[in-house]
Design a binder for this molecule. Structure first.
Ligand SMILES: Cc1cc2nc3c(=O)[nH]c(=O)nc-3n(C[C@H](O)[C@H](O)[C@H](O)COP(=O)(O)OP(=O)(O)OC[C@H]3O[C@@H](n4cnc5c(N)ncnc54)[C@H](O)[C@@H]3O)c2cc1C
Length: 404
């Protein structure tokens, strides 16, 4: 006997949970299929930075959720940038206004997911664990999904939120376009020492002298720190990434006690890729989050843009269900797909700009960084330019056009 929700969300990561909440809020009956089991452990800090826009979107689909995230996260009041050990920029921020959502909040992704889960449970959204989607049959009438357990699921729409190796995307015949960054990055989480915590500041070092000129980024989140070491292309990755390696280099850049407080180490090269299309030919499958795009994390565009994808996909499905004719239905899904494709390409390119800014090896880019650091003490704009490197362009992607 097939199961028949009006919308099926494949993947219970943060983006799938957001899509399910947004659909529920728009009165679209929804169910989630998740490949893994309920008792899974999700690793590492990963997406620790939620922008104000994301908090507002989350609050709009589940009243109070943005404030819950903000309450459990932190806002650092200071950011600093150093170049070869010398400070070139520092900025203090005023306290965020009370009673309003802050400009951002920083908390581990595993906690973000916990609060999304709480909201999904409160909304009684059905979740089917251990149901890996293996096959989709897509037609003009809807989608039939078959999971590894042999069950079938039939519904008019599927939201593919099944992450970077998306089976939904593969079944819809949609490829990815883009490239992989050349250098490897080591991401280390350490837990904070609550008795003697470090000052709350985001600190970026260009060419850290204790790391033979490699870049190092420190980002606080509730309960700990993320230390991001950017390797040179010829580096032997394992020498830095194995726990013994981390215990060797971490005390060069942080108090020695943090080498005993490592909770997660991850090594990766960034993919900078976007799906060719965000909806299939029949406009029955919508791709969101990492199923649709993978960016370098500079500017925190991954999860943040995934939340926008998810909310807009839900609005498009709700609108498509309301319109009486096929033309209106196609238009609603196309508006989502075109808008989020533009945003995804923008975000991919913006994250690429950030990568080039902080680690581009052309003589011109090296000279710009060095000249910026030399001029920063006399002209603050140069220090600010260096400081903005890890974020990429300040502007956001083109405005949201999907109407509801
Ligand atoms: C080291 C690191 C640092 C990061 N830092 C940031 C950051 O600072 N800011 C930011 O915004 N982002 C960051 N990101 C990216 C962020 O973690 C991702 O954007 C986010 O996890 C993507 O969420 P998602 O829901 O799209 O996919 P996922 O979290 O991958 O979830 C996909 C879900 O789908 C399930 N699934 C997979 N296949 C199937 C199937 N066939 N059937 C059913 N279920 C399936 C999976 O089990 C999983 O639960 C970082 C990522 C990494 C690795």
């Amino acid at each position: 006997m097939p199961h028949t929700p009006a919308a099926l969300v494949v993947g219970a990561g943060p983006v799938g949970l957001t899509a399910a909440l947004a659909l529920h809020q728009l009165h679209v009956p929804v169910a989630i299929l998740e490949a893994e089991n309920e008792n899974r452990q999700r690793p590492g800090s990963r997406a620790i930075y939620l922008h104000n826009d994301t908090l507002r979107l989350l609050d709009s689909i589940s009243p109070g959720l943005g404030f819950v995230m903000a309450r459990h996260g932190l806002v650092w009041p200071v950011k600093r940038t150093l170049f070869r050990g010398r400070q070139v920029y520092m900025r203090h921020y005023p306290d965020p206004p009370s009673g309003q959502l802050p400009p951002f909040t920083s908390l581990p992704q595993v906690e973000i997911e916990r609060y999304l889960w709480d909201a999904c449970r409160a909304a009684a959204i059905p979740v089917h664990w251990g149901e890996r989607v293996e096959k989709l049959e897509i037609s003009g009438d809807g989608v039939k999904a078959v999971t590894g357990s042999g069950k079938t699921w039939i519904g008019p729409y599927v939201v593919g939120a099944d992450g970077s190796h998306s089976e939904v995307r593969r079944q819809a015949g949609i490829g990815m376009e883009g490239m992989r960054s050349a250098n490897t990055f080591i991401v280390v989480d350490v837990s904070e020492d609550v008795l003697e915590p470090l000052p709350l500041e985001r600190v970026f070092h260009y060419a850290h002298p204790a790391m033979d000129g490699r870049n190092v980024l420190f980002v606080p989140f509730s309960g700990g720190w993320r230390v991001d070491l950017q390797l040179f292309s010829g580096d032997e990755v394992s020498a830095f990434a194995e726990l013994s390696g981390v215990e060797g280099w971490l005390p060069q850049v942080m108090a020695a006690k943090y080498a005993q407080r490592v909770t997660w180490v991850s090594t990766y090269q960034f993919l900078q890729v976007v799906a060719e299309r965000l909806a299939d030919d029949f406009r029955r499958v919508l791709l969101v989050g990492e199923a649709a795009h993978l960016f370098a994390p500079f500017g925190a565009r991954g999860l943040n843009s995934g939340v926008s994808d998810a909310v807009l996909a839900a609005r498009a499905i709700a609108l498509a269900r309301q319109t009486g004719d096929e033309g209106g239905r196609l238009q609603a899904i196309d508006a989502f797909a075109e808008e989020r494709l533009r945003a995804s390409r923008y975000n991919r390119d913006a994250a690429g700009t950030a990568l080039e800014h902080i680690q581009g090896e052309s003589p011109g880019m090296r000279m710009k960084r060095t000249a910026g650091a030399l001029l920063a003490p006399v002209w603050n704009d140069f220090g600010r330019w260096l400081d903005e490197g890890p974020y990429g362009p300040r502007s956001g992607p083109p405005g949201v056009s999907t109407k509801y």
